[in-house]
Design a protein around this ligand. Structure first.
Ligand SMILES: *Cc1c(COP(=O)(O)O)cnc(C)c1O
Length: 369
C-alpha cells in the first residue's frame, strides 16, 4: 500500500522547502576541507552572535533539564518594553517561521485563501498549503510587491495577506508611505501578516512605524526575528505582535514550549547589545557596496536590496551555481522563486565577499567557453 495516499491531497502536493546547502555537505561532495568553504546562502549573520549573548546562553546551560518558560515571561517583558505593547499582544515563535505558521493555522482552513506576491518568501505558500487553504499569487512589479495587484488578488474567502518587507529573495521594499497606503485599503476581515525579518537593516527613513500602526489596525500582525541581524539563526527565536484577540488565537495553536530556554535568554541579551548590532549593520552596508561594485565590474545587473543579501542576474544560474560549489562557494539558486537567471548571495565578511566575487568571475568565464 502506498501510505502517502493516506495524506490529504494538499499535503502530497507540497514541494519541500529548499534550504541552503550545509557546509559539511558541500565539503563532502566536492572533496574540499570544510574550512575552505564560504557559505553565503542563508542570509546568516557573518559576525555570528554577540559575545554577551554567548555568555548569557552559558548561564542557562545548567538548567537544560528544566522545561523552558512556556509563557516566555522575561522575553515578552523585554519585547513589550521595547515596542510599547502589552504582553498579551506578543506571540513567541521557534523562529519567525513558526509564527507565520501559527497565523496560518489559526486563521486558514480549506475553503479559505491567502494572498502573497510573486517572488515572495517561500514559507507563505507552504504555510497556506499545509492547512489546505488556497494560495493566490499576485504578480510582482519590478521584482517587488505591487500594492494594486495584491489588493486586486484578495478574494471573498481571503483571510491572510502576507507581505515581506523587505522581501526575501529580492530585497525589495515598500517604503512607509506605500506600505501604509496598502494596509489602509485591505478589508478589515483580512489579516495582514507583515513579515519584517530584515527591518534592522533599513535606513531610518525607510523604517515603517509598523508597531505603532497596531493601534489603528486590529487585523495587523507584525513579525520579527532574531535570526538575521542578531545572528541567532541556529537557536530559532522570533515573534509576532498583534491585537490581543489575534495574538490569543495564535497562542492557542502554539506548542506550549515552542521557544527553548537558551533562545529566550539569548534574545533578551541580544536586544541589549546595541553596539554589536550597530557593528553588524555597518559590516552589512560595507559588504553590500563591495558586492554590488563587484557585480558592476563584471557587467552584471542585480536587484537593489534593502536586506543582508542581494539577487544578481548571472544568466545560466544553475551552471554558475555548480561552478561556484566546485570552488567551495555556497550561494542560493532562486529558480523556485521564479528567478531562474538569478542567484541570491548573502552579504559576508570582506574576505568572504572577495572569495565569492573571484569565484563568480571564474564561473562566468568558464560558462562562456
Ligand atoms: C529568514 C526569514 C524569515 C524567518 O526566519 P526565522 O529564522 O524562522 O526567524 C522570515 N521571513 C523572511 C522573509 C525571511 O527571509
Amino acid at each position: 500500500m502506498d501510505l502517502s495516499e493516506l495524506a490529504p491531497g494538499y499535503i502530497r502536493a507540497i514541494a519541500p522547502y529548499q534550504t541552503g546547502k550545509p557546509i559539511a555537505e558541500v565539503a563532502r561532495e566536492m572533496g574540499l576541507p570544510e574550512s575552505d568553504i564560504v557559505k553565503l546562502a542563508s542570509n546568516e549573520n557573518p559576525l555570528g552572535a554577540s559575545p554577551r549573548v554567548l555568555a548569557a546562553i552559558e548561564n542557562v546551560i545548567m538548567e537544560l533539564a528544566r522545561y523552558p518558560d512556556g509563557n516566555g515571561f522575561t522575553l515578552k517583558t523585554a519585547l513589550a518594553a521595547r515596542h510599547g505593547v502589552g504582553l498579551e499582544q506578543i506571540v513567541l515563535g521557534n523562529g519567525s517561521n513558526d509564527v507565520l505558521e501559527l497565523a496560518a493555522r489559526a486563521f486558514l482552513m480549506p475553503q479559505t485563501s491567502a494572498v502573497y506576491s510573486q517572488h515572495a518568501f517561500a514559507v507563505y505558500p507552504l504555510a497556506t498549503q499545509v492547512v489546505g487553504a488556497r494560495g493566490i499569487e499576485a504578480p510582482a512589479k519590478d521584482f517587488g510587491h505591487d500594492p494594486e495587484a495584491l489588493l486586486a488578488a484578495i478574494a471573498d474567502d481571503t483571510r491572510i495577506l502576507f507581505i515581506a518587507n523587505p522581501n526575501n529573495p529580492t530585497g525589495t521594499l515598500l517604503d512607509p508611505v506605500q506600505l501604509l497606503g496598502l494596509i489602509e485599503r485591505v478589508p478589515e476581515n483580512v489579516l495582514v501578516v507583515l513579515d519584517e525579518a530584515y527591518t534592522e537593516y533599513l535606513p531610518e527613513e525607510m523604517k515603517s512605524d509598523s508597531v505603532g500602526w497596531l493601534k489603528r489596525f486590529q487585523n495587523l500582525i507584525v513579525t520579527r526575528t532574531f535570526s538575521k541581524a542578531y545572528g541567532l539563526a541556529g537557536l530559532r527565536v522570533g515573534y509576532a505582535l498583534a491585537s490581543a484577540q489575534v495574538a490569543s488565537m495564535m497562542n492557542r495553536v502554539r506548542q506550549p514550549f515552542n521557544v527553548n530556554s537558551l533562545a529566550q535568554a539569548a534574545a533578551v541579551m541580544a536586544m541589549q547589545d546595541e553596539a554589536f548590532l550597530d557593528e553588524c549593520l555597518a559590516i552589512n552596508r560595507a559588504g553590500m557596496v563591495q558586492l554590488t561594485d563587484g557585480f558592476k565590474r563584471l557587467g552584471l545587473t542585480y536587484i537593489p536590496s534593502y536586506g543582508n543579501f542581494v539577487a544578481v542576474r548571472v544568466g545560466d544560474a544553475a551552471a554558475i551555481n555548480l561552478s561556484l560549489l566546485k570552488q567551495g562557494v555556497i550561494v542560493r539558486p532562486v529558480a523556485n522563486y521564479g528567478l531562474p537567471e538569478h542567484l541570491r548571495v548573502s552579504v559576508g565578511l570582506e574576505g568572504e565577499n572577495k572569495v565569492f566575487l573571484q569565484a563568480l568571475e571564474r564561473a562566468l568565464k568558464e560558462i562562456k567557453k
